[in-house]
Ligand binder design. Sequence first.
Ligand code: NAP
Ligand code: MG
Length: 482
Amino acid sequence: MNGNWVESSNPEKMEIINPATQEVIARAPLGTKEETNEAIKIAKQTFESAVWSGQSPKERAAVLLQIADKLQENIDVLTDLEVQNNGKTRREAQSDVEEAASTFRYYAGLLTMPNGQSYEASGDIQTLIVKEPMGVAGLIVPWNFPLLMSVWKIAPALAAGNSILLKPAEITPMTAVKLFELMDETDLPKGAANLIMGVGSVVGQTIAESNDVDIVSFTGSTEVGRRIMQAASGNLKKVSLELGGKSPNIIFDDADLETAVDYALFGIFLGSGQVCSSGSRLLVQEGIYDTFVEKFVEKAKAIRVGPGNDEHSQMGAIVGEKHFKSILDYIRIGKEEGANLVLGGNRIEKDGLDRGFFIEPTVFTHVTSDMRIVREEIFGPVVAIQKFKGEEEAVRIANDTDFGLAGAVFSTDHNKAIRVIKKVRAGITWVNAYHLTNIQAPWGGYKQSGIGRSLSTYGLDEYQETKQINIHLEPKPIGWFE
Ligand code: NAP
Ligand code: MG
């Protein structure tokens, strides 16, 4: 807070657990409502003082580049912390840190570009469209990409000149703490970036309700997103929501089988399925259905699940006990609903993995669109495979969902692939690939997967107000009431 680390007055602490071993790695403070309001006040005062908002784009860009350098220099420490706290593999964690550094660089770069428009509206009126910071940005992030999701918000929010307040997920604050320590070593003015740890219903809710917060940017579940939107209505603050998904991955008979199987695995088992854009519904055309399922299951079975810090592990732990139990519950529900469990379904207990939260890659077939395992986001290494006959049916099943985050099509008939992907009602899509994306592309969902976009120029726009300035070039009376 305001460039200082402040002890919370709340004596209660959150035990931070390594999900691969259940060891306690830290004890984190749980901020109070009053402390949250105090941090918001500091962010507001800092914004109004213009120590950051008043700096030139060039000056702000220099600071963002300093932060990127700090992240890069500390890549090993940050990778270790993310592996220990989240349970993901080193390979995944390191890629997150690299992406985080690139995101700061990208927004530093955008600050060197013109940011606005100007045109002649009529003979003597020149209109300028200018972008301005909004004020205080309240940023609330989940536990699946603790560092990267924070940075997806912090980088554009700071680039735009806002003051920020970040609330990490209560169970994964470690890399956020390190990031703030690193930002403290840069020329970022005190009070421009503030961090508060604590529970969603206290700290998060206070941010969403506060009359002094101008935008609340949230990534997390659709359920909490809805609550944030309601809480934000008091002062009509802007709401930016990146929510859940249940994304369809459509495989046609004429797909390149090896590529389709490979990306289908990557689509669902990356991050143990704890990725918002996971391809958790596989729709496979009848002609290759049996061959595809056989190959997919064979490869899924061979995935090496283990602690993130073991270089042999290809898939890490589930983030925590509560979520671990929820995934196992969904597997039980799937069986009760009559889906056919063809692979996995259990906690892994061999080789000492019983100390942590590990779940086998799990595959259900013979599912129907009304089953809960097809409708609800499980957010774990669990995929539901459905069979379809033709193009029209594939599109209908793909869009039969409340979500609209991501989707993919695999086919060697490019006309068909493009025709179908254009009909998929989702914001992030692929043809013959999955999960490959870039900072220049807007990230976000249709329907109940969210409002607004992250990354790209759209992501910067999210944290800016837009003003029109109409300049009278030849000032003279209008004479309306003559
Ligand atoms: P979550 O339960 O919705 O929590 C997300 C964040 O909101 C956490 O920091 C949480 O704090 C906080 N929160 C909880 N209740 C709140 C309230 N009443 N008011 C304000 N904040 C509150 O989600 P999660 O379980 O951490 O993450 C998984 C979800 O995130 C999945 O649904 C996934 O799809 C989604 N996700 C989406 C994207 C995307 O880009 N679309 C990316 C990543 C994840 P606590 O930690 O204290 O509960
Ligand atoms: Mg939660």
